[in-house]
Design a protein around this ligand. Structure first.
Ligand code: FUL
Length: 451
């Protein structure tokens, strides 16, 4: 296949409806809550006494209020972490709320959160750890049935689910054995009971890991990546290889997984966008000696996730009493305020700009944006119409100078669902130049923020 033709093919790999809906959520909360909250561990051992788990002041409506103040649009709770303790009324094990003093063994944190999310108008999702350090079945075939029974309870008993989160930590179980997970079987149950949910997994067909837990996105973030990363979806069709080769050496952590130079070795490109998961505090679980990250840190994370063609899954760890720490509540509020103020429609300079678009070639465009006077520009937010595929591979900003001269002062790579560029410049005539694209570029919106 000709290089140009293969580029066009890559630029036309389309997202599913579920992925488009997920992308538009942009930011949601992660909630790590388990016996670890009481023991100070990050990975529980599985032999914790269930009576430790007793969030006497639990109030999921207050969680939802704090989550909404940060502008987050959903919440994903650790229904079960690696220690195996279940935060719902499961029939599968006694290592659960049934053995906790909370509400005399009748408590159900999953239900309290799912109901609070519905009341507050945000979406609900759950994390269910395949690695289970408590289950006696772990390391045997029976474990996959046990896990599927847990999954089925969560998928059928708590209303709509927007995302199911599986990590791939796979250590020893109580019998010292490792488990071979039946991910195909797990995915099938999710499709059956929650057809509108996306699945997060290191190798997921829907949403993949960004490759680090520090809140950092890639400089060039392509949603279209080698199928070989998401190999559990279905076998690669033998007679359908755009370009033959193997990508077994490429993993989510690589910076270049979606670049053309990598994609030419893939047997099949797929649309599998990235999620940035990171914590408001250094740990995933609450530790009294830790503090929330600074507002500046959260701003950088926002620009590096939502602003780089990914969604942000921001962890907020509840305290042992079941409340968020007041410092966390305050930081979330400040962050939400910053996003709302900085990217407010009122500050969008495009509202009073005159724009012309010129097609320089099939894949190159020049947008000339003229304001009614010199403007200080802090950020430009670009969105592609990714329903058609992700296409732009390089772009630049230029500004008009004295006597018709033009200065090129900013160069970048991909756009995708959303790209936020920090400019810090002043001009009355900004030029947005698309220098490369995999197929005809479709820009859905341009917003320019400043004064
Ligand atoms: C990892 C887990 O091992 C951590 O404990 C945490 O849950 C993180 C989000 O995923 O794989």
């Amino acid at each position: 296949m000709e290089i140009r033709e293969y580029q066009r093919l890559l630029g036309n790999v389309r997202p599913t409806e579920n992925q488009l809906r997920w992308f538009d959520m942009e930011m949601y909360a992660f909630l790590h809550f388990s016996p670890n909250t009481y023991t100070g561990l990050e990975w529980g051992l599985g032999n914790e006494d269930p009576s430790l788990f007793n969030p006497t002041e639990l109030d999921c409506d207050s969680w939802v209020a704090a989550i909404k103040s940060a502008g987050l649009s959903g919440a994903i709770l650790t229904a079960k972490h690696h220690d195996g303790f279940c935060l719902w009324q499961t029939e599968t094990t006694k290592h659960s709320m049934k053995s906790s003093p909370y509400r005399n063994g009748k408590g159900d944190v999953v239900r309290e959160l799912a109901d609070a999310c519905r009341r507050g108008g945000i979406r609900f999702g759950f994390y269910l750890s395949p690695w289970d350090r408590n289950s006696p079945y772990y390391g045997t075939d029976a474990y996959n049935d046990f896990f599927k029974a847990q999954l089925t309870e969560l998928l059928t008993g708590y209303g709509d689910v927007f995302e199911v989160w599986f990590d791939e930590a796979n250590g020893e179980g109580p019998n010292g054995k490792k488990q071979v997970y039946d991910f195909d079987g797990y995915f099938e149950l999710i499709r059956k009971y929650q057809p509108h949910a996306v699945i997060y997994n290191d190798h997921s067909p829907d949403v993949r890991w960004i490759g680090n837990e520090e809140g950092k996105g890639r400089h060039a973030e392509w949603s279209v990546v080698p199928y070989e990363l998401c190999h559990r979806l279905q076998p690669v069709p033998e007679n359908d290889p755009p370009v033959a080769g193997t990508l077994s050496y490429i993993f989510n952590k690589y910076d270049t997984i979606g670049d053309f130079e990598q994609m030419i070795y893939s047997k099949k490109p797929v649309f599998a966008p990235a999620e940035v998961d990171t914590s408001l505090r250094p740990g995933w679980f609450f530790h009294p000696e830790q503090s929330p990250h600074s507002l500046e840190h959260l701003q950088r994370v926002y620009l590096s996730s939502v602003g780089r063609n990914a969604c942000l899954n921001l962890n907020i760890p509840p305290m042992p009493n079941g409340r968020f720490h007041p410092d966390d509540i305050e930081r979330l509020r400040e962050f939400g305020e910053w996003v709302r103020n900085t990217f407010s429609e009122e500050k969008n300079l495009m509202r009073n700009a005159a724009v012309t678009v010129e097609a320089l070639s099939e894949t190159q465009r020049l947008y000339d944006i003229r304001f009614d006077g010199p403007k200080k520009i802090s950020y430009v937010e670009l969105c592609e119409d990714i329903a058609m595929g992700q296409r732009v591979s390089s772009f630049a900003f230029l500004k008009a100078m004295w006597k018709g001269a033009v200065q090129r002062f900013y160069d970048d790579t991909t756009i995708g669902h959303k790209k936020i560029c920090k400019l810090d410049t002043e001009t009355d005539d900004l030029k947005f130049l698309i220098t490369g694209a995999r197929d005809v570029p479709h820009i859905k919106s341009i917003r320019i923020f400043g004064e």
